[in-house]
Design a binder for this molecule. Structure first.
Ligand SMILES: Cc1ncc(COP(=O)(O)O)c(C=O)c1O
Length: 423
C-alpha cells in the first residue's frame, strides 16, 4: 500500500491531496468526515486557495503598474465569509445590485472601494449607493445617467464610469457573452458619445473613465485587444476598467491562462493602445473563487437503463450551471479515486429531466452511500442556489490546515416558511 499522499489535478483546490488510502483531503480535512459532520450536499471551500488567488492577482498587477484596482466580482460567490476574506486581502468589490451592496458593506469593504454595476438599477439602489458614498457608479444607459443626476443632492458630486458595449464577442457560451453588438449591457459606441458629453457637462458627475466586460469563462485573451481599441477611440480618460472574465479549467484535460498572463496582457494592451499613466481596474469573479470549492454529495440510488444513472442528494438547486450553459464538470467517488470504472450520468434529485450534473462521467463502481466530490463549484454555485422542490440550500464550510468550520449553515425546512405571513 502507498504510504505517501498523492497530488490531484490542477482543477482541485490548492493543497488538495489523496491520503495513502486514496481518500480526498481538502484543506487538510478528510472529505468523508466532512460529509459526516456537515451533511451533504455541502460546499467545501479551501480558504487558502481563495487567499492565494487574491494575492496572485494583486502581485501580478503590482509588478507591472502602481495604479490599479482589483475588484472581486461579488456575484460569483456572494457569501459574507468570502467577501470578508477578500476585503482582508485588500481587494475592492464589484456589486451588481442593492443586495450585493448590502453584503459588501456588511462584510467590511470600505465603501470607497466598492463600485455598483447593473443594467436596470432602481432609483432605490442608486440612492443606496449615494448614501453609502461608494467609489464609482458604473452607469449603463442614458436613463440611468438622468436619474442619477436627479438623485445627487445639489453641491455633491459622484464619480462614475460609463459601461461600454464594444461590439466584441469572445469565444464563450452565448449566455455569458456580454459585450457584443446586441447586448443588454452598456452603451453602444454611438450612445457612449452622447453619454460622455452629458456627463462631462454635468455639475454633479465626475466622469473618471470607461468600463467594458465582454463576457465570462474567456480562455482566449485576444478579444480584449479589439474591445479596448473600440473603447480607446471614445476619448482620453483616467481609468479603464476592462471587466473580469478570465476562464478556468473545469476538468483535468482543460487548461486556462494563468492569472499572471491575463494580467500582463491587459496591462500591456492598456499601455500600447491608450498610453502610459492610466489607472487599470479589473473585476475577476470566477478566476478568484471557482477552484476554491468542492461540492460533496451522497449517492442515493444507482439505476441501469440504457445508461447508468447515479442520483445524488443535490443537483440544479446547488449548481445550475450545467443546465444554464451546458457547463462540464468532473467528479470523484471519495475513497475510490481511480477513474475507468463505470461511465454514468450523475443526476440530481429534482423533478426535471435536465437536472443532470454531469453526463458520461467515470465513477468507479458507484454505490448508494458513496460520497461524490465535484470540484470547481466556487463560482456561480452558491450564487445561483435555489429552493426548487423545497430543497434547503447547502452550508458553506471553510477548511484550512486540518480545521473545518461552517460559515453559512444549511437551510432548514423552517427557513422555507419563514417569510410566510398570516393570512
Ligand atoms: C460587469 C461584470 N464584471 C465582472 C464579472 C465577473 O466575471 P467573471 O466571473 O467571468 O470573472 C461579470 C460577470 O458576469 C460582470 O458582468
Amino acid at each position: 500500500m502507498a504510504t505517501t499522499q498523492t497530488p490531484v489535478s490542477h482543477v482541485w483546490p490548492l493543497g488538495t491531496v489523496l491520503d495513502p488510502e486514496g481518500v480526498l483531503q481538502l484543506g487538510g480535512c478528510d472529505a468523508r468526515e466532512l460529509a459526516r459532520e456537515f451533511g451533504t450536499p455541502a460546499y467545501v471551500v479551501a480558504e487558502d486557495d481563495l487567499r492565494t488567488r487574491a494575492r496572485r492577482f494583486l502581485a501580478a498587477f503590482a509588478e507591472r503598474t502602481d495604479d490599479f484596482e482589483v475588484h472581486f466580482a461579488s456575484k460569483s460567490f456572494p457569501a459574507t465569509a468570502v467577501l470578508r476574506l477578500f476585503a482582508e486581502e485588500g481587494l475592492a468589490c464589484d456589486v451588481a445590485s442593492g443586495g450585493e451592496l448590502h453584503l459588501a458593506l456588511n462584510a467590511g469593504f470600505d465603501p470607497a472601494k466598492v463600485h455598483l454595476h447593473g443594467n436596470a438599477k432602481s432609483e432605490a439602489e442608486l440612492q443606496m449607493a449615494l448614501d453609502a458614498r461608494i467609489g464609482d457608479i458604473v452607469v449603463d444607459n442614458l436613463d440611468e445617467l438622468e436619474a442619477l443626476q436627479r438623485l445627487i443632492p445639489v453641491g455633491r458630486r459622484q464619480r462614475i464610469l460609463l459601461r461600454i458595449a464594444p461590439g466584441v464577442s469572445p469565444d464563450t457560451h452565448h449566455h455569458i457573452s456580454t459585450g457584443g453588438p446586441n447586448t443588454k449591457f452598456g452603451f453602444n459606441p454611438a450612445d457612449a458619445q452622447v453619454a460622455i458629453a452629458r456627463a462631462q457637462a454635468s455639475d454633479k458627475l465626475d466622469l473618471d473613465g470607461l468600463h467594458f466586460h465582454i463576457g465570462s469563462q474567456i480562455l482566449d485573451l485576444e478579444p480584449f485587444r479589439a474591445a479596448l481599441e473600440v473603447v480607446a477611440a471614445l476619448g482620453d480618460f483616467h481609468t479603464y476598467n476592462m471587466g473580469g472574465g478570465l476562464g478556468v479549467a473545469y476538468t483535468h484535460e482543460q487548461s486556462a491562462p494563468a492569472i499572471d498572463d491575463y494580467v500582463s496582457r491587459k496591462v500591456d494592451l492598456l499601455r500600447e493602445i491608450v498610453g502610459p499613466g492610466k489607472r487599470i481596474a479589473d473585476e475577476p469573479g470566477r478566476a478568484l473563487v471557482a477552484h476554491s470549492t468542492v461540492t460533496l454529495y451522497t449517492v442515493q440510488s444507482v439505476k441501469h437503463n440504457v445508461a447508468t444513472w447515479v442520483a445524488v442528494d443535490g443537483g440544479m438547486s446547488d449548481n445550475l450551471r450545467p443546465m444554464l450553459y451546458d457547463a462540464r464538470y468532473e467528479a470523484m467517488v471519495v475513497g475510490r479515486p481511480n477513474a475507468g470504472g463505470t461511465v454514468a450520468h450523475l443526476a440530481g434529485k429534482h423533478c426535471e429531466s435536465s437536472d443532470v450534473l454531469i453526463h458520461d462521467v467515470d465513477l468507479p463502481d458507484p454505490r448508494p452511500g458513496d460520497v461524490i466530490a465535484v470540484p470547481v463549484t466556487g463560482a456561480y454555485g452558491h450564487a445561483m442556489a435555489n429552493n426548487y422542490n423545497g430543497q434547503p440550500r447547502p452550508p458553506i464550510v471553510f477548511v484550512s490546515n486540518g480545521n473545518a468550520r461552517a460559515v453559512v449553515r444549511r437551510e432548514t425546512y423552517e427557513d422555507l416558511t419563514r417569510r410566510d405571513l398570516d393570512a
